[in-house]
Write a protein of this length. Structure first.
Length: 317
């Protein structure tokens, strides 16, 4: 299979991610040193929750290491699951990214530790209180939170902290039960910043470590309200949607000028059938690895995959 199709894998291109999730090593270290258990699983779960949202929707996302981030302009959305001790150099890049038209979604306690890991006098830190348009008032343990906003109600279970805000000079997207701001939005330059006082990523985490099968100590408690908020935001930013219509089927599309390879994985215990949207019309489709059925219909590939099976498909013009 590789010998016959290797040139497509080598020369082909995949769609670039339009969303980046920021990995902050400094924030992970801060979580480890302040947790009491010498653990950074809270920070890990915050990130993995966001990753899971996009994985379920088969939407490409990049994990961006703050210390090696270069061109941020290609992203329509940057998500900061934990930015408690964000790298100072990245903070400046973040300001420039937003000023030039980008959108940032940050969770609570942004820059609560300064560049020397001392507590900041103002939170959000690094001068971002002016950018986000608010200051932290208090930080309270809250496992269950109900937020109300123009787009309806978000019920979050498995939350860790609720950050209350003061000196708010921003639009309020969602409020706590007492009417105080919970999620706010503000324009900065040509871009937009959104600041969440609740743990949207953590609420959607299965408490598994990204990249392996080990679970953390906390019990999983998936809150669909978190995903609803993030996906609505992606819709408003015109982030490219899932190309596959079949539930539980993940696809990757690698395209050259005249051919394409599609890797399809059915993670369901049931047979799945659906369609994959294509960027152009192809004349033929065949299975080159695994088992399945495929047929070209205009700019769509119709397919069937057996339960817990995968297949590699080749398309030619």
């Amino acid at each position: 299979m590789l010998a016959e199709n290797g040139h497509i894998f080598k020369e082909g291109k995949m769609a670039e991610a339009e969303v980046g999730i920021v990995f902050s090593m400094r924030s992970y270290l801060a979580d480890w040193s302040t947790s009491g258990k010498k653990s950074n699983k809270f920070a890990i779960d915050c990130l993995s929750g966001y990753y899971t949202m996009f994985w379920e929707e088969n939407m490409t996302v990049d994990i961006i290491h703050e210390e090696f981030a270069n061109d941020l302009s290609k992203y329509k959305l940057l998500i900061l699951p934990t930015a408690t001790a964000i790298a100072p150099e990245f903070a400046e890049k973040l300001k420039a990214y937003v000023a030039q038209g980008g959108t940032v979604l940050s969770e609570q306690m942004f820059g609560i530790f300064d560049p020397t890991f001392k507590l900041s006098y103002s939170v959000p830190g690094y001068g971002f209180d002016k950018i986000f348009g608010a200051n932290e008032d208090d930080l309270l343990p809250r496992s269950s939170v109900t937020l109300t906003g123009a787009d309806g109600t978000l019920k979050l279970e498995g939350n860790r902290y609720a950050e209350t805000l003061k000196n708010v000079d921003a639009d309020v997207l969602y409020s706590y039960e007492d009417g105080s701001p919970a999620i706010i939005k503000k324009a900065y330059g040509d871009g937009t910043v959104i600041y969440s006082g609740v743990n949207l990523g953590f609420c959607y985490s299965g408490r598994e470590l990204v990249g392996d099968d080990f679970s953390s100590d906390d019990a999983a408690n998936i809150s669909t309200g978190s995903k609803k908020f993030v996906m609505n935001l992606c819709d408003k930013l015109a982030v490219s949607k899932n190309r596959c219509s079949a539930k539980d089927v993940k696809v990757s599309v690698i395209e050259t000028e005249n051919s394409a390879i599609i890797i399809a994985i059915n993670s369901s215990s049931e047979k799945r059938a659906g369609s994959i949207s294509l960027n152009k019309e192809y004349a033929s489709a065949k299975v080159v690895y695994g088992q399945g059925e495929a047929e070209i219909q205009g700019k769509e590939l119709r397919f069937e995959l057996e339960a817990n099976k995968s297949a590699v498909l080749r398309l030619d013009c």
